[in-house]
Design a protein around this ligand. Sequence first.
Ligand SMILES: Nc1ncnc2c1ncn2[C@@H]1O[C@H](COP(=O)(O)OP(=O)(O)OP(=O)(O)O)[C@@H](O)[C@H]1O
Ligand SMILES: [Mg+2]
Length: 361
Amino acid sequence: MDAPRRASDLLEGVPVPMLAVDGRARTIAANRAAVALFGGADLLNRPFVTVLRHPAVVAAVDGVLDPDRHPEPASADGVVRLHAVILADGRDIAADITVARLPLALGRGATIAVLDRSEAEEAEQMRRDFVANVSHELKTPLTAMIGFIETLRGPARDDARARDRFLDIMEREAARMNRLVSDLLSLSRVQAEERRRPGGQVDLPLLLRGVLATMDPAATAAGVVVETQGIMGSQIVPGDPDQLVQVFQNLIENALKYGGSGGYLGVSLRRIDHEPLLRGPAWAVEIRDRGEGIEGMHLPRLTERFYRVDAHRSRAQGGTGLGLAIVKHIVNRHRGRLRIDSTRGQGSAFTVILPESASRG
Ligand SMILES: Nc1ncnc2c1ncn2[C@@H]1O[C@H](COP(=O)(O)OP(=O)(O)OP(=O)(O)O)[C@@H](O)[C@H]1O
Ligand SMILES: [Mg+2]
């Protein structure tokens, strides 16, 4: 068997994109993963530099092929490892690259393995952003509280009225931190069990009536007229009752907080014979307000953790920006969908679509 054939047999057994070149740095083999990574182009019988045009990688290949003429980078054991951002199939990929000598039996040459680290690096970046966000959200109320403690110890020591006022503010800030921590715990719990479908049963109209009853004082305080449709009677669907309560409480609270100016809250439940997205019958719960609505550009990001249209205003209302993230994860866990429709100046509708039975998807 010739060397390219044997090299290609060797590479095919490796799950990582991998190429082999001969002694003149021409490609002689590429496994399926490499063909996929580089966009299916014809990778063989070409100068390696035309496949992967990155100076450090090309230098590593030269170094492995001919360490005497190219002592840099050093490849004592015949292997060079490096991290590089390379262009493959028209996109930038952060990759761990390993260049090694081809087994002697296959002749002079080198193998180049390209491990795509982009997704892992993105996830890592998201984790860092998340930690930074959490720290910032906790730090703001903490700083305020420390400031008030100092004032109470010093200038306001004997001022009973100031003391009461400051204690009120401190109580509010502490409550906000408490809420943030509860929301974080709740989010991490939901995420942890997102793959596991809820095993329970929920009477959806009954659950909605319960949530509306608890939210009634808030609706009255917001001067909102509540209109309901289809929530009488009883309808059993698979679901986690506590989590679904959380979903509808969040959405109704938002409708009152951000859409209350329209003086209207609509809660409706209806059956969909065939929901294409869920490939089957479903139940749709719509929470609608006639408030100021949300600009289209914000809609795709609304369910991101800590995303708020107006951070100042949300914070002033005690919001943490985690509500819709929790809603989305709970709905995902139920194999349902969350739809957001909103028109600036006219109001918003948040629709939760839940599968009628547990048998699908
Ligand atoms: N019905 C609505 N009308 C207008 N804007 C809304 C509506 N619902 C949500 N928003 C916007 O989406 C943002 C994110 O909502 P989300 O529920 O995730 O966070 P929050 O309400 O600020 O905080 P939390 O729910 O944690 O108390 C809100 O800050 C608000 O700007
Ligand atoms: Mg909210």
